[in-house]
Design a protein around this ligand. Structure first.
Ligand code: PMP
Length: 413
């Protein structure tokens, strides 16, 4: 790892992690839900409101032009960050949930009919399952679900077999890049290749991948890629839908109103250029500005260093958690196959009890089903505990988690 990477130094940039209100310090291990924000992002949003605030794409006065430039610069920065060919392929949304719903209801619903197949993953977040259930219900298409094996991985052989069986019928494959519970990084590039051969387009939920690793949408070969800013240091309420340009032309607008029109008559209207056509109304300008600052921050560290740090922490966490008797880790056992999170259960102890006790010690972990009820059903468990890491977490944080877990276990057994 680069000698420049120092999680303790990074931690200093995050006011909430240094808040004296947390007497023993806050060990924040719920990064898969949302990340904390560095001062640089907070400053960027504050600076925008203090010095540059105006509505975008409307005024011809200097301030409005400046706000428009900041908003559009963010779009260009996002495009470069994910190696998209064109900035206009970036549509700002409020997050992954909205992005996937747009794919489902503005593109897919027009391209599937009764008898067609939609392929999704049973282990995925509800945001990447329920929209597909709804499209199937409304169109008469059939929803087919891929299942993970006992290691939490997906077999390309199983997928190929399904594609061969259903050749010509599958119209869309909706997968996640990384699971928010198992941590598994799925072989998206290989799945895209198989899907292309089967004549299907691929939509990827990148919520748990983009914050943690370098993603190149072009080399993945997918058609739609969704992610949320708030999991990658940016404010809440800003997200991204990337779509291949050819598909954008076929997409119907999601909302109608100001900012997205060409010409409006009393009874008919035409639509404006892409991407404005897909961003009706006043957008989340400060969110885009914050996202731009978040990308600067992450690129300053280097995404390859982010990934290396998380592999190191996850390897350590897997080893230490594995030593606790009665604890079962969900998902692959090798850190390289995972994003930086570990979910687990402890025999005879409810995950909520564990999380509540850890909370008293200043440790924030998530307990519950993490918006993946079908996955928990398949695993035969009612809930799990999830510890998820990011750039400011250290081995000492993992040590504290392990120590307090052992104490909680003594108390609850
Ligand atoms: N997909 C995955 C894999 C996620 O982890 C999440 C957030 N927990 C989402 C989708 C939904 O993201 P958002 O709430 O930002 O729309």
């Amino acid at each position: 790892m680069s000698n420049m990477f120092d999680a303790n130094k990074i931690k200093k940039d995050f006011p909430i992690l240094n808040d004296p209100k947390f007497n023993e310090g806050l060990v924040y291990l719920d990064n898969a839900a949302t990340s904390q924000k560095p001062q640089q992002v907070i400053n960027a949003v504050s600076d925008y409101y203090s010095h540059h605030n105006a509505n975008v794409h409307r005024g011809i006065y200097e301030l409005s032009e400046r706000a428009t430039n900041m908003y559009e610069d963010s779009r260009a920065k996002v495009a470069k960050f994910i190696s998209a060919k064109h900035p206009e392929e970036i549509i700002f949304t409020k997050g992954v949930t909205e992005s996937i719903n747009r794919v489902a209801f503005c593109w897919v619903i027009q391209h599937v009919k009764a008898g067609d197949m939609i392929m999704a993953m049973e282990s995925d977040h509800h945001s990447n399952l329920i929209p597909w259930q709804q499209v199937a219900e409304r169109t008469g298409a059939k929803l087919e679900v891929l299942q993970v094996d006992e290691k939490g991985e997906i077999s390309l052989e199983q997928i190929k077999q399904k594609f061969d069986e259903l050749a010509g019928k599958i119209k869309i494959v909706a997968i996640s890049h990384a699971s928010n519970v198992l941590g598994t990084i799925f072989p998206v590039k290989e799945i895209c290749k198989l899907a292309k051969e089967a004549g299907a387009v691929v939509s990827v939920d990148g919520a748990q991948a983009i914050p943690h690793m370098k993603v190149n949408v072009e080399s993945l070969g997918c058609d739609f890629y969704s992610f949320s800013g708030h999991k990658m240091l940016a404010p809440t309420g800003i997200g991204v839908l990337w779509e291949r340009k050819e598909l954008l032309q076929e997409m119907i607008p999601y909302e109608y109103g100001g900012g997205m029109i060409g010409e409006v008559k009393t009874h008919t209207s035409t639509w404006g250029e892409i991407p404005q056509r897909f961003e009706a109304g006043t957008p989340n300008i400060e969110g885009a500005v914050g996202l731009s600052a978040a990308i600067d921050y992450l690129e300053g560290i280097g995404m390859e260093n982010v990934r290396k740090h998380e592999i190191e922490l996850t390897t350590y966490a897997l080893e230490k958690l594995g030593e606790i008797e009665g604890l079962t880790i969900l998902g692959p056992q090798e850190a390289e196959k995972r994003s930086g999170l570990v979910s687990f259960i402890i025999k005879k102890i409810h995950p909520h009890d564990i999380a509540a006790i850890l909370s008293q010690k200043g440790i924030a972990v998530r307990s519950g089903q993490h918006c993946t009820m079908p996955l928990h059903d398949r695993l035969g468990i009612s809930a799990s505990v999830r510890a998820s890491f990011y750039i400011y977490n250290t081995k000492e944080d993992v040590d504290k988690l392990i120590h307090e877990l052992k104490e909680a276990k003594k108390l609850l057994s």
